[in-house]
Ligand binder design. Sequence first.
Ligand code: FAD
Ligand code: SF4
Ligand code: SF4
Length: 477
Amino acid sequence: MTKQQMLQFVTVERDMPNKRPPDLRADDFNEIYADYAREKAKVQAARCSQCGVPYCQSHCPLHNNIPDWLRLTAEGRLQEAYEISQATNTFPEICGRICPQDRLCEGNCVIEQSGHGTVTIGAIEKYITDTAWEEGWVKPIAPHSERRESVGIIGAGPGGLAAADILRKQGVQVTVYDRYDRAGGLLTYGIPGFKLEKDVVMKRIDQLEKGGVTFKMNCNVGEDISFTDLQKTHDAILIATGVYKSRDLPAPGVGAKGVVRAIDYLTASNRKSFGDTVPEFDNGELNADGKRVVVIGGGDTAMDCVRTAVRQGATSVKCLYRRDKANMPGSQREVANAEEEGVEFVWLSAPKGFTGDVIDGVMVQKMRLGAPDATGRQAPEVIEGSDYIEGADLVIKALGFEPEELPALWDVPELEVTRWGTIKADFETHATSLQGVYACGDIQRGASLVVWAIRDGCEAAEAILDQINQAAAVAAE
Ligand code: FAD
Ligand code: SF4
Ligand code: SF4
């Protein structure tokens, strides 16, 4: 196919893979989008205009070579498309599913500016790699030779796993420590199956294990093993622990039974999907079945909570957010999915307090958007006298996450943190204030995205390789 046979956006409309109808979606935790049929993927990829300066690529945190793999897909050369796609992305099928493409690659696709729908980059990236798995093109890591140096990675989320992949490919001995029983971090226990089915994540972890990465699970660094012991064991350490301290609401009644944290709620639900026994779910504490559910927050986590509650059989699901729809941080695509599934968004509303020892209502105050604050965002202001009670049997707080106090928890006061509590590290090398210790992902940048954690993990791995290569060169002199 020539370049001219691309550019099909003029005659072919943007067409996402089919979405299951909302009433069927509500019955299970399976993904909501079907796969592209081969022909449809080709036709959609051929809509790309093969820009000389591809803004999609520059706005992808991994700088994926999008135009090339679109062209190869349009030509039916899928294995080559896969090779190019995986060269810059450790988990293309995961990013294709859960990146907020509207804010990244697709949000910057030029054909949208000419009045046409963007190329469906994410769906095609997912299609290419899902096909690669089916065809057996995804192979475990097989390093050319083994090295004696070892790296300890704390945290088996996307940041830690991306680094493990790069290091292991170079023959480095890699041990990943995680306090959970399964690897994957938020890919496994945060993000629900309707956005990312769990076998997609488990398949990757299995491949890493087959490629020689050692996983030490149920190992809470700071409790089961000390940080200083890890420093003595490994040539370098990468901290990729994510951010898990939930922000709270200083409102009266917030301690009522039935007011729960989003991370606990989502983890319980994900564990149920794995078939685990989860007492807090089975006793109803973290189960929305038959309840009036109110979720507080407007980010991705809140969207995942409302849609999980729908699937658990809540009688009603409302989302309170203190700003309006245009100013919410969550992806508009996810808001649309939630609305289709019957979630009611109550914009410009904030909780003032909670009623009942066992929750029975949320005191809601209405807000309006006032003058912009220092960040340029319009600050919400209370409309006096507008309060009302919203009945609720389960309230889920999804107000964001902050870092745990690692220097104190790990007894390493020399590990410098920023004023937000994230680990202070160079944004290119990811080196921290401690020699041989690096940091990546949410614990360095604050709650962010999977694709940024992957990028950080790759960069940190490259810097660690530089460090151990230099040390090896000095030793050889
Ligand atoms: P994590 O994924 O958090 O992994 C950190 C790992 O470190 C965990 O496994 C944890 O158990 C382990 N750990 C922590 N402390 C210790 C310790 N002391 N010892 C041993 N192990 C430890 N991003 C997107 O791009 N798209 C989305 O749709 C999206 N949806 C999200 C939905 C929810 C509900 C949440 C909470 C986040 C979502 N995100 C999404 C954000 C994304 O998941 C994170 O940015 C990303 O997972 C960060 O990766 P990470 O590797 O830094 O940390
Ligand atoms: Fe787009 Fe994310 Fe894929 Fe980059 S990794 S091309 S931002 S979907
Ligand atoms: Fe193709 Fe859009 Fe990227 Fe241009 S910006 S190369 S049209 S996907």
